[in-house]
Design a protein around this ligand. Structure first.
Ligand code: SF4
Length: 360
């Protein structure tokens, strides 16, 4: 019996927690077939044949950012051509343009724009809540929360409390990238550290704000970096239980300084499977079609992913970096893609509560 057979046997028969060393062996040596089967068996045991999606709308309120992460094709410096900020009227207009659709979640993220006031953020949430009172507001990365805290001289706890009062119900998982300090220096030197990112999520969880978590992969990182990243997320989840979903984000290679290659299909599916196996305490793993493409996302459902994300309507960030997938999908189409892949589509809300009234 070789290394991977022994680990697979141990994992399947004893169901123990995957160690760092075993995960590294599986990631490097197991066949994609074995790895995919393991990931799929775990997802089937938890979620059966269900594949979740959410009827959501993205709002990327500004692309002006004081950072210049090397993989980012979305941001513009203050005053640079192409920079934009949505006024409250623009936000209203964008939400009202789809007011007849049963949107359940508004996902809000943007750049770190020093030209905005603190009130802008509170007003934005209040405006969204006023127009879409039934939708959950899932907003901001830990990086934006840290920016609000440092720019407006408030503690993270104060920022979270103010945002919650204005309508924030959950946080997004972006900005985690890869936690390794040296690698972070290379790909996003101005960004908050991995430990700050984890600390902000920990504080959010303790205030009852659930969040997602991510990992940007397929650039300069090694499998060790990836497993260490997953380990840090698993440890925080053991202590707070506040992560809803893990989203492995494949690096998008165009229009950015990093000039890395990006993961191929094999690497993408291996990462999905290893994530499912390693993060045994995070219930959902997302196949984010907006970054991975619809076809890869369909396959990912067979490698351990259980969530197909949502309708999105207008994804800007991955598409600025060359994502070839559509920037939004109709609900009917989304359900057809899930069904064609061999799974049962289940509409959910932000917190993964199932919604019975399907509008398609
Ligand atoms: S990834 Fe986020 S923080 Fe980094 S440059 Fe882009 S918008 Fe700014």
């Amino acid at each position: 019996m070789n290394n991977t057979d022994a680990i697979i046997k141990k994992h399947v028969q004893e169901g123990g927690r995957l160690t760092r060393d075993d995960a590294l062996i599986l990631a490097r040596e197991a066949s994609i077939h074995d790895l995919g089967n393991l990931g799929n068996a775990r997802r089937q045991a938890i979620h059966g044949n269900k594949a979740y999606y959410v009827y959501n709308q993205h709002l990327n309120y500004t692309n002006v950012c004081q950072n210049a992460c090397k993989f980012c094709a979305y941001s513009k410096r203050e005053g640079q051509p192409g920079g934009y900020v949505y006024s409250m009227d623009e936000i209203r207009k964008r939400l009202l343009s789809r007011i007849d659709e049963p949107i359940r979640e508004i996902h809000i993220v943007g750049g770190l724009n020093p030209g905005l006031t603190y009130d802008y953020f509170l007003n934005m949430l209040r405006t969204v809540h006023e127009i879409r009172p039934q939708a959950t507001i899932k907003a901001f990365t830990a990086v934006e929360i840290a920016f609000l805290s440092s720019t407006y001289h408030k503690s993270v706890a104060e920022v979270l409390a103010d945002l919650q009062e204005a309508g924030l119900e959950a946080m997004t998982g972006g900005g985690a990238e890869i936690f390794d300090t040296q690698l972070r220096q290379k790909i996003c030197p101005e960004k908050i550290s991995g430990s700050q990112w984890l600390d902000i999520h920990s504080q959010a969880h303790s205030e009852g704000i659930y969040s997602n978590c991510t990992m940007l992969f397929g650039h300069l990182e090694t499998w060790e970096n990836r497993i260490d990243h997953l380990q840090a997320l698993r440890e925080l989840q053991d202590s707070t239980g506040g992560f809803l979903c893990f989203i492995p984000l494949p690096y998008q290679p165009e229009n950015n300084e990093l000039k890395a290659k990006g993961p191929d299909g094999n690497d993408f599916l291996r990462t999905i499977a290893i994530s499912r196996l390693y993060l045994d305490n995070i219930p959902h793993i997302k196949a984010y079609w907006a970054y991975a493409g619809v076809k890869a996302a369909q396959l990912a459902l067979w490698a351990g992913a259980d969530d197909f994300d949502g309708t999105i309507v207008e994804e800007k960030i991955g598409h600025a970096a060359g994502s070839a997938s559509p920037s939004g999908l109709g609900e009917k189409q989304l359900r057809e893609y899930i069904t064609a892949a061999g799974f049962s589509p289940v509409q959910r809300d932000t917190f993964f509560r199932e919604i019975e009234n399907i509008s398609a």
